[in-house]
Design a protein around this ligand. Structure first.
Ligand code: ACM
Ligand code: ZN
Length: 711
């Protein structure tokens, strides 16, 4: 009995504390609402007794609000149809009050919260804003009828870009439907409305096509996958999966409830090897082909001179459009090598038949690709939809109705906007979320490479200054892409997406003129609590900044004058020679700015020690990333000189080439020699040629060096 009364007292205290401790809602969220005006009135009290009242068409929105509040606060709110009551949270539509789609207003008074949308999507985004404003306090969640308060005032908001996209590639690694639904939830949390679903690839076909059942019986499965970055070792694990049309219809419904449109992509005429594995007669050589077990760009593409192939693509697109109501259909067009077409009698006959001529800008085969893309665009447009294509489709004479997705930088988007195309900006430089978030790659999960910290995403300017305001209107949206060659699991997809999606939504929703990264990170801290609540994986780099401390011990070369007889490649030259003796070490990311890269010529550095000094060792560090064509050096030499003019060799070392069985990483190479006294040291480091088991055979390998030590 006594124990029980203690418990009751404890519960009462806890309840009281819960009310005290729960902070009030905070509208300083991501993306930042365009206008927040608070007033001095008392706040609105939100508790389990608050009723959500909805206009009839907004019932699903009311359910979302109730679910979100339950997730965060731990109580379920009743929802009822609105009949003019003057309390609770009211959801209603008022298109006449807004100039724009997807816009909303939230008006908070002590008695009532009124959410008004220009449309149901606007109401949905208002609900996201409220959701993101609520205090997250998992330990107090649901305790004693916890409640919070919403500051009184008005929020008015609307999106800057109508197209706010995220892409996912479930082809390189299959992602199951439950995972894709979580991805859609993540998009909803970030006010995004276009899900670009990449459904066909060399490595796997992912959508059921009833007319061509082999596409999923055979094409959805590969019998192993290359290990690491495209080496010559393979696992033997059968990998694959696909979505039935019924499953996709369910997914489309799930997305639509969240005001997200799903844009299917059938990537053509390249990236089609999985389809060719099923129907080899659709290729130029007739095969045989396998569902590809490697990454990269396959030379085997659809035969553009074969009418059967064209009918196949038309049939596939028509079935895709039967399933997906999307106003946009993505038909790919990227990375289509022309080597097969150049030699294929059918493709060449087609070029003749169409009267295609090469000119000083494009080859006949480029124009043949335009023919294919334009023909398929007509199939899509005949059903009242619009095509999207990657920026390569500008090579040739693609029709102006195609929307261009600019991925190889923004240049394609600029050219396209000038030509009158609508454009979606998705440049790899700022929006490829399959790139590393940190240069400390030893602490990161595997990745394709590249370096894209949140800061860089946040800097992205989607409206190029080169364009006139009229041309800028063609930039209809912004999107980030996640390719999954090196991302085998959904938790890893999440980790790559978050928190970079926060920077992306700031640009999509607001595109702020002034960017304040520190203030942005402060706002991210609240979002992080939601990620934890929903058990989302995310990168923590911006929350727990890393301080660099990797340095070498001072040695004879440290910060001495250094000159290079051969310059590094422009892209990897950074601050030049002095970085080789600055004492600062790079980590595993070759393009972090800490490594100098040389291609096809040696690193040849002369260091002036200032005065004669005795030495017997030179050590340098090189990075190996074979998939990125970066190998260990083939040979290193040390020469010394008293006058900086005449040098004599004191050490030489041959270094055998790394094999696919060897690890990539950072390696130190040391040359020891009989002690000499000299003022000048010359270090020459030569590279290998790529071996015959490498995709780049016939070219030199890169060498990347970050530091030279002398003692
Ligand atoms: C692409 O990244 N190949 C569009
Ligand atoms: Zn052909």
């Amino acid at each position: 009995m006594k124990k029980l009364s203690y418990l009751i007292v404890a519960a009462l205290i806890l309840t009281a504390c819960a009310k005290e401790q729960l902070p009030q809602a905070n509208y300083d969220i991501i993306p930042q609402p365009k206008e927040v005006k608070l007033n001095e009135e008392k706040p609105f009290e939100l508790s389990s007794k608050t009723v959500i009242r909805y206009e009839k068409v907004l019932q699903r929105e009311a359910q979302f609000l109730s679910e979100y509040v339950n997730d965060i606060m731990g109580f379920a709110m009743e929802i009822q149809e609105y009949q003019g009551q003057t309390d609770g949270i009211v959801l209603k539509l008022s298109p006449d009050d807004f100039d724009q789609a997807e816009a909303y207003e939230i008006n908070v008074t002590p008695k009532q919260v009124t959410i008004t949308g220009s449309d149901a999507a606007g109401v949905f985004y208002a609900i996201q804003t409220l959701r993101k404003s609520l205090p997250v306090s998992p330990s107090l969640r649901g305790v004693g009828g916890s409640q919070t308060t919403l500051p009184s005032g008005t929020i008015r908001d609307y999106p800057t870009f109508a197209y706010r996209g995220m892409h996912l590639d479930p082809c390189r690694h299959f992602m199951d439907l439950d995972s894709v639904k979580i991805y859609l939830d993540m998009m909803a949390l970030h006010n995004m409305n276009q899900f670009h679903f990449h459904l066909s690839e060399d490595q796997g076909w992912r959508i059921e096509i009833k007319k061509y059942p082999e596409l999923t019986e055979i094409g959805a499965w590969r019998n192993g996958t290359v290990i690491g970055h495209n080496g010559n070792l393979y696992d033997t694990i059968r990998h694959g999966g696909f979505y039935t049309q019924d499953e996709l219809r369910d997914l489309i419904q799930y997305a639509a409830e969240r005001h997200i449109n799903i844009i299917p992509e059938i990537d053509l005429p390249g990236h089609m090897q999985a389809a060719l594995a099923c129907y080899p007669q659709l290729g130029c050589t007739g095969g045989p082909y396998e569902v590809w077990r490697r990454w990269g760009v396959s030379d085997d593409v659809l035969c553009a001179g074969n009418e059967e192939t064209m009918r196949f693509v038309e049939d596939v697109l028509n079935e895709v459009m039967d399933v997906f109501p999307s106003p946009y259909i993505h038909i790919g067009g990227d990375e289509c090598p022309k080597v097969r077409w150049e030699k294929c009698p059918k493709c060449q006959a087609k070029i003749k038949e169409l009267g295609i001529k090469k000119d000083d800008k494009f080859s006949a085969e480029d124009y043949l690709q335009s023919y294919v893309m334009n023909r398929m665009a007509k199939v899509v447009e005949a059903r009242g939809r619009r095509v999207i294509g990657w920026d390569e489709i500008l090579d040739g004479n693609v029709s102006e109705t195609a929307i261009i997705m600019s991925w190889r930088g923004t240049e394609g988007g600029i050219e396209a906007a000038r030509k009158g195309h609508d454009v979606i900006m998705a440049p790899s430089s700022h929006l490829y979320f399959d790139y590393y978030q940190s240069e400390d790659i030893a602490s990161e999960p595997s990745c394709i490479g590249g370096y894209l910290p949140v800061e860089r995403v946040y800097e992205f300017q989607p409206l190029p200054e080169e364009l006139t305001p009229e041309q800028q209107k063609h930039i209809i949206g912004v999107q980030a892409n996640i390719w999954t060659e090196y991302i085998a699991h959904f938790w890893h997809v999440q980790y790559m997406a978050l928190p970079r999606m926060e920077a992306l939504t700031e640009i999509q929703w607001n595109n702020p003129k002034e960017r304040d990264f520190e203030a942005f990170v402060e706002r991210c801290k609240h979002m992080r609590q939601l990620y934890d609540l929903y058990h989302y994986r995310y990168g923590k780099h911006i929350f727990e900044p890393q301080v660099w401390s990797d340095t070498v011990a001072p040695n004879l070369a440290t910060r001495k004058p250094i000159t290079l007889r051969e310059q590094p490649a422009e892209k990897y030259a950074y601050e030049g020679a002095k970085q080789l003796v600055d004492g600062e070490l790079g980590r595993g990311l070759y393009n972090s700015g800490r490594w100098l890269g040389f291609w096809g010529k040696p690193l040849d550095a002369v260091i002036d020690l200032g005065q004669p000094a005795e030495m017997g060792h030179v050590r340098f560090r090189a990075l190996i990333n074979k998939g990125a064509w970066i190998y260990n050096p083939s040979e290193a030499m040390v020469l010394v000189s008293d006058d900086g003019v005449t040098f004599r060799e004191v050490a030489q070392k041959d270094i055998p080439i790394s094999t696919w069985a060897d690890n990539d990483g950072i390696f130190a190479y040391e040359l020891e020699f009989a002690p000499v006294k000299a003022r000048f040291v010359e270090v020459i480091i030569k590279g290998h040629d790529l071996p015959d088991d490498h995709d780049g055979f016939g070219h030199p390998a890169w060498i990347f060096v970050d530091e030279i030590e002398v003692w």
